[in-house]
Design a binder for this molecule. Structure first.
Ligand code: ZN
Length: 73
């Protein structure tokens, strides 16, 4: 691995005010609670969040494409 996926940043929308927050994939995995910068609502991150999974899946696909590229050398 070239970098740690858990340290990748993803954007979520605050469920209260819709403000866009940048969080780390690791925070979702650990189901951390983050505070919205705009309305100060506590947001409990859940690993079941489909958008987080989709982001990780997209990144994984990118990584495996890179692996294929490297193997071809
Ligand atoms: Zn908010």
């Amino acid at each position: 691995m070239l970098f740690d996926l858990s340290k990748s940043w993803i954007a979520i929308d605050c469920p209260n005010c819709g403000y866009s927050l940048d969080i780390q994939v690791r925070d979702v995995k650990l189901e951390e609670t983050v505070i919205c910068n705009n309305c100060k609502t506590n947001i409990h991150l859940q690993d079941a969040d489909a958008s987080a999974h989709n982001s990780v899946r997209d990144i994984n696909k990118g990584m495996s494409d890179l692996d294929d590229l490297l193997k071809s050398f």
